[in-house]
Ligand binder design. Structure first.
Ligand code: ZN
Length: 261
């Protein structure tokens, strides 16, 4: 990984963010070649996914949205990673990653998580670790001049939520009816406890997401009389009215794989 990071920097693809001031963990800048490469990927995705399709619309929503959206989606409560601290050397870990490194499995409990027998700090070897506690990954900020709980807002941790929140507006103002999709690309933010693996787990990153809305199988059966189930011989070339959800899912998996190739 270090060799790739060094190569990307040397060739002008990716630099550590704020490197002049010592860098900031989990943030990366795209240099002259990197930003062109990224732009090409974005444009190819948008062209294939939105422009060349009759059944997908685009959306470009804000990064900060009403905090109620994140309550409704479950992110305010549940979008958390279990975190543990070493009491001896103060090192902080993501509990699941620590267990993985030790060849152990994090224990699920009614309240959340517990460390398995034999867990120890991989930094100093101490077994004095705190219990895993939930750490919400959403970046918090305040909207307006008063920094109190009523002004709390979050930087979006994914681009999908705005698609759900604007679904009705898009349905009403486009010429679409289900089945159809809405795509969005843009910045998302996750306050990772332990950013690593270069740009694969960073705190600010670009996402490209499609939400594709289909009828439930029961409705397909009522309207078309049959529901096509997925078989090894299912023809996935073009969507058909009576596709069940499994066929739709397989179709999109194949569409994505074809794009990556
Ligand atoms: Zn330690």
């Amino acid at each position: 990984m270090d060799a790739i990071v060094a190569l990307c920097k040397r060739r002008g693809f990716i630099y550590p963010s704020s490197e002049l001031y010592g860098g900031i963990n989990g943030f990366w800048d795209y240099g002259p070649l990197g930003c062109e490469l990224k732009r090409n990927v974005r444009e190819s995705w948008w062209r294939t996914m939105v422009r060349c399709r009759e059944d997908v619309e685009g959306l470009d929503a804000t990064i900060i949205m009403h905090p109620a959206i994140w309550k409704a989606s479950g992110h305010a409560e549940g979008f958390a990673d279990p975190m543990v601290d070493c009491k001896a050397c103060r090192h902080r870990f993501r509990a699941d990653q620590l267990c993985e490194e030790l060849g152990l499995v994090l224990v699920r409990t009614e309240k959340g998580f517990a460390l398995p027998e034999g867990a120890a700090c991989t930094h100093c070897g101490s077994k004095e670790l705190t219990e895993p506690r939930a750490f919400n990954l959403m970046f918090k900020t305040f909207v307006g001049p008063v920094e109190d709980e009523h002004a709390v807002a979050y930087l979006r941790p994914e681009t999908a939520q705005a698609i759900f929140a604007q679904f009705k507006n898009i349905l009403d103002t486009s010429r679409q009816s289900v089945p159809f999709g809405v795509a969005q690309m843009g910045k998302s933010f996750r306050n990772e406890i332990n950013p690593r693996n270069f740009t694969f787990r960073s705190r600010e990153f670009e996402q490209m997401e499609l939400e594709y809305f289909i009828r439930p199988d029961e409705a397909v059966e009522l309207i078309y009389g049959t529901v096509e189930a997925l078989t090894p011989g299912t023809d996935l070339a073009a969507p058909r009215d009576n596709w069940g959800w499994e066929v739709w899912h397989k179709y999109w998996v194949e569409q994505r794989k074809a794009w990556y190739r």
